[in-house]
Design a protein around this ligand. Structure first.
Ligand code: FAD
Length: 214
């Protein structure tokens, strides 16, 4: 485990923020996560890497969870502080050259958009569609970083996104080619439901990859 100096903390909403810290020798493939905690703390948690593969820093996108131990401490970080970070870990990684079909569907809830941000920063020209589910439009984290025609914001708490309702409601209305590579990231309830919907649409489970946050 290495100590990494915090370079910047950028608030995206009242509860969600991006922490940028020194990369040091962490060499990752987009989609992977790091274990992060505040300096010397026993507790650390998994955070998907938000930054691109060639950036000379690392970023994570964190939501301060109500009553959460680690996320609340990360929320208090300031530039010049230190975090303990270790990694990379995980098999939710995507090197686009390894996929036969070059069609990608990303489905995220909340901060589950993080690995897709890394993906799009690393490989901006890919043929992808991102469906992001949140409650309120203020949770459209850094949507300006994605090509406008490639993102659908689904808002379940107010009628202000591209689609009003859950990502699952939107997906049910879509036609999805069976050879699409589907990546799902966020809460387990969404992931189970999307698995079923994609199955009904003829996408084989071998084309579905998922990362469960909680
Ligand atoms: C592979 C992986 C990657 C992850 N990547 C990210 C990421 O990029 N950004 C991010 O913010 N979190 C991410 N998480 C969740 C993160 O690891 C922590 O669980 C989260 O920050 C809460 O930790 P805590 O110590 O503050 O809360 P704890 O004290 O551990 O737990 C508080 C409660 O909050 C629940 N909880 C955990 N995460 C959430 C959430 N996002 N929304 C609502 N409730 C939640 C837990 O189930 C628990 O019941 C990831 C988890 C995994 C397994």
């Amino acid at each position: 485990m290495k100590k990494h100096k915090v370079i910047e903390v950028r608030n995206l909403s009242a509860s969600t923020f991006v922490v940028r810290f020194e990369r040091k020798e962490i060499d990752f493939q987009t989609g992977q996560f790091v274990m992060v905690g505040t300096k010397g703390a026993v507790d650390r948690r998994e955070y998907s890497i938000y930054s691109g593969e060639t950036d000379n820093f690392l970023e994570i996108l964190v939501r301060k969870v109500e009553g959460g131990k680690v996320s609340a401490k990360l929320k208090k970080l300031k530039p010049g502080d230190t975090v303990d970070a270790d990694g990379p870990f995980g098999f939710f990684k995507f090197d686009p050259t390894t996929f036969q079909s070059q069609k990608f569907l990303f489905v995220a809830t909340g901060t589950g958009i993080s690995p897709f941000h890394s993906f799009v920063k690393s490989y901006p020209d890919l043929n992808y569609q991102l469906i992001h589910g949140v409650r309120f439009v203020e949770e459209a984290y850094d949507h300006a970083d994605y090509a406008k025609e490639k993102v659908t914001l689904c808002t379940s708490g107010e009628p202000k996104g591209d689609f009003t309702g859950r990502v699952t409601d939107h997906l049910r209305e879509l036609e999805i080619d069976a050879d699409t590579n589907c990546f799902l990231c966020g809460n387990s309830e969404m992931i189970y439901e999307v698995f079923d919907i994609l199955g009904e649409k003829g996408v084989p489970t071998s084309n579905i990859y998922s990362e469960v946050y909680f």
